[in-house]
Design a protein around this ligand. Structure first.
Ligand SMILES: [Fe+2]
Ligand SMILES: [Fe+2]
Length: 178
């Protein structure tokens, strides 16, 4: 296995093959987001949720366009876009649905911030630019959900859940805080 090392920012150096695998993880999260927004936007009931339900419908369309962008970039890198979404959490409680979405957006932002740095480290500036554009919309989604819940926007610098998928592969043998 090729050796991996952390740069001065503690970021892992990735290969192009790693980047394809990581973008496929991102794509699986985008599919998950499309599915959850399709469902939640239609089942949220009650006058207090009307605005956010309409907002979630817009998010669904934006997540689909993110998925198309990622699939295009994976193809450009010579990879095959993944066909399976990450599991979608469901609930009959409006509040829980919004919280699931907020957690997912926060996690997604965390991953995309890393991805921009990884793309740039590989000299893939155009892919980094595409991800920056996606990131702007993900942050808007995060803000919309936090304000619908009446809470502070969570800090996405650290992921809530450990990033086993990418870190176990890329950081093999290397320990650091995530
Ligand atoms: Fe997205
Ligand atoms: Fe989003």
């Amino acid at each position: 296995m090729t050796s991996r090392h952390a740069d001065s920012n503690g970021e892992m150096t990735v290969t192009r093959d790693d980047l394809v695998a990581l973008l496929n993880e991102d794509l699986a999260r985008e599919y998950q987001a499309v599915i959850s927004y399709v469902i939640y936007s239609q089942v949220l009931k009650g006058p207090q949720y009307m605005n956010i339900a309409a907002e979630l419908e817009k998010h669904a369309a934006e997540e689909l366009s993110h998925a198309l962008t990622l699939a295009g970039q994976i193809d450009y890198l010579g990879g095959m876009p993944i066909a399976t979404p990450k599991p979608v959490k469901t609930s009959s409680e409006a509040d829980a649905m919004l919280r699931f979405d907020l957690e997912a957006e926060t996690e997604t932002i965390h991953h995309y911030r890393q991805r921009v740095r990884q793309c740039e480290a590989l000299g893939e500036y155009a892919i980094a630019e595409h991800i920056r554009d996606i990131l702007v919309q993900e942050q808007d989604h995060q803000v919309a959900l936090a304000s619908a819940l009446g809470i502070e926007v969570p800090n996405a610098t650290k992921a809530k859940t450990p990033l086993h998928d990418e870190h176990s592969r890329i950081n093999a043998g290397i320990t650091r805080d995530v």
